[in-house]
Write a protein that binds this ligand. Structure first.
Ligand SMILES: NC(=O)c1ccc[n+]([C@@H]2O[C@H](COP(=O)([O-])OP(=O)(O)OC[C@H]3O[C@@H](n4cnc5c(N)ncnc54)[C@H](O)[C@@H]3O)[C@@H](O)[C@H]2O)c1
Ligand SMILES: [Zn+2]
Ligand SMILES: [Zn+2]
Length: 366
């Protein structure tokens, strides 16, 4: 029987989100229904609400989630009922041209549920990043479920499903930071702080945090930043050079995604250094640079989609590092809110008071 559950939907571009009842179909072949326990509020949800990702309204928002597998569709073998899983938006297909060439972290044809969740009037919903987990239950492809240590707090574990993985992976997988590198991270929200933690884990000798908000810089130090730069009061490129003996960091990660911050990343890195773009730019943002500077600077300019992660490899690793006290995953959880708190969480994202607001649906599980 299709189930009716409460969920957060963005009905129209730029309008506040609403909590409403949606219909979750029975899982079809390869699909599962997951009872969501917690789901973080990521800046990408706000990009969706603002129409910056696609025009396919209405959206079912939420994509940083952990929960319990509740019902299995035909032929599902990857998970069992009751498994504690983090939802991912990279269910690797194994057959696309990226997968065939042995680069599954770029998979161009990832699996999602084939059926649509709908509003009560039958209007099909577009689930954010193919997940849609600001909901009591959601329908996903079995490959979107990654099993992790079931003793983990769902509110923290869910964050691995997007922002934390993207940031950590931008440093560890995309750059990749290697032992002895100097690294700067521009933008110290959930994504940037995870990049800082990843750079520390990978053996960086210096990790410089850049943000416009001093509170964010204080938190960045808790994740391992060795130096900080306030982008509002200091000249970022000059200061990054100064802090690295006049040459610039080996790796600069832009976790904001604006033309201004990406230009800083491009310019500040050392000769033959690496600039990584993990922040998602607005559709109209443009980056223009004299070609001679691209040539003269050398090195690499890379985008990081989801931290170039492989969920089955990387999610259990991050949860294990946290359980061992080697990665402060729970430190990303600034507040626990209900489904009706998502719009307020977007406001707080702008005010800078939180790293992550997390919608908690099942307190018994947390
Ligand atoms: N590439 C991916 O796969 C992926 C995955 C998740 C999120 N993202 C993107 O990463 C970005 C960051 O996400 P988040 O959830 O951490 O956002 P956030 O809003 O929590 O953090 C952004 C931080 O950047 C700071 N900032 C803004 N402008 C700045 C500037 N000019 N200079 C320095 N700091 C500045 C803010 O003060 C804030 O601390 C977003 O664009 C998001 O969509 C990308
Ligand atoms: Zn593929
Ligand atoms: Zn996200």
């Amino acid at each position: 029987m299709p189930q009716e559950v409460r969920a957060v939907v963005a009905l129209a571009k730029g309008e506040p989100v609403t909590v409403t009842t949606i219909v979750v179909p029975d899982p079809g072949p390869g699909e599962v229904v997951v009872r969501v326990q917690a789901c973080g509020v990521c800046h990408t949800d706000l990009h969706y609400r603002e129409g910056g990702i696609s025009a396919d309204f209405p959206f079912l928002l939420g994509h940083e989630a952990a929960g319990l597998v509740e019902t299995l569709g035909e032929g599902v073998t990857h998970v069992e009922v009751g498994d504690f899983v983090i939802l991912n938006w990279r269910a690797v297909c194994g057959r696309c041209r990226a997968c065939r060439r042995g680069r599954p972290w770029y998979c161009f044809s990832t699996f999602n549920a084939a059926q649509k969740m709908t509003l009560q009037d039958g209007t099909a919903l577009s689930p954010a990043l193919g997940i849609g987990a600001f909901a009591e239950k959601t329908l996903v492809h079995e490959g979107q479920c990654t099993k992790v240590d079931p003793t983990a707090d769902p509110a923290a574990a869910g964050l691995v499903g997007c922002g934390v993985m993207a940031g950590w992976g931008a440093a560890v997988n995309t750059a990749p930071v290697t032992a002895g590198d100097t690294v700067a991270v521009i933008g110290c929200g959930g994504v940037g702080d995870a990049a800082i933690a990843g750079a520390v884990f990978a053996g960086a000798r210096q990790v410089i945090a850049v943000d416009m908000d001093d509170r964010k810089l204080t938190w960045a130090r808790e994740f391992g930043a060795t130096d900080t730069v306030n982008a509002q009061t200091e000249e970022v490129v000059a200061r990054l050079r100064e802090l690295t003996g006049g040459v610039g960091p080996d790796v600069v990660i832009d976790a904001v995604g604006s033309p201004q911050t990406f230009r800083q990343a491009f310019d500040a890195r050392d000769l033959a250094g690496t600039a990584v773009l993990v922040g998602v730019p607005s559709p109209t943002a443009a980056f223009e640079v004299p070609l001679i500077e691209v040539f003269g600077h050398g090195g690499q300019v890379k985008s990081s989609w989801y931290g170039d992660c492989l969920p089955e490899r990387d999610f259990p690793l991050l949860v294990d590092l946290w359980q061992q006290g080697r990665f402060a995953l729970d430190r990303f959880v600034s507040e626990r809110i209900a489904l009706d708190g998502v719009e307020g969480a977007f406001d707080k994202m702008h005010e800078g008071g939180v790293l992550r607001s997390v919608v908690v649906l099942d307190r018994a599980g947390s």
